[in-house]
Design a binder for this molecule. Structure first.
Ligand code: 5GP
Ligand code: ZN
Length: 131
């Protein structure tokens, strides 16, 4: 599996010294523009755009680091919950075409009504409890 960095990819350009954790197939960092304190990105080493292009070992590597990032966030930020999200494809909101899993710590009261969480990517149909 080639891990040749893609020119002009911001994630391929993150130096190893800035990685907060890593394994053979993936690494994690804090988001440069965090949605909430401790917002982390788990990124495969290999530059591919879609989660569905990853091999199972890369997914496992990412999930192991998701757990590691969660443990670190629990200790440092003591959140009350998390959103875990992955935008796959431009129409789904992906702005960096190198797979990345968002881990967003949440706090009680950070929004007036958190119900629906990731469903709010499509606001019209998010509040299913109103149907
Ligand atoms: P997407 O919209 O593709 O799901 O998310 C891209 C995410 O990458 C955004 O949350 C954005 O703040 C983050 N991001 C963009 N460039 C960089 C960067 O150079 N370093 C880090 N750590 N995060 C970045
Ligand atoms: Zn890349």
């Amino acid at each position: 599996m080639s891990t040749t960095p893609a020119p002009s990819c911001p994630f391929c350009a993150i130096p190893e010294s800035a990685w907060l954790g890593q394994n053979e197939l993936a690494f994690w960092v804090h988001d440069i523009a965090p949605s909430a304190p401790g917002h982390a990105l788990v990124i495969p080493r290999r530059h591919v755009a879609s989660f569905f292009e990853l091999v199972p070992e890369e997914r496992s590597g990412m999930l192991a680091l998701l757990n590691e990032a969660k443990i670190v966030a629990d200790e440092r930020y003591r959140p009350d919950g998390y959103n875990i999200g992955l935008n796959d494809g431009e129409v789904a909101g992906q702005t960096v075409p190198h797979v990345h899993l968002h881990l967003i710590p949440r706090r009680a009261g950070d929004v007036p009504d958190p119900r629906g969480g990731v469903r709010w990517v499509l606001p019209e149909t998010a509040p299913y409890w109103n149907r």
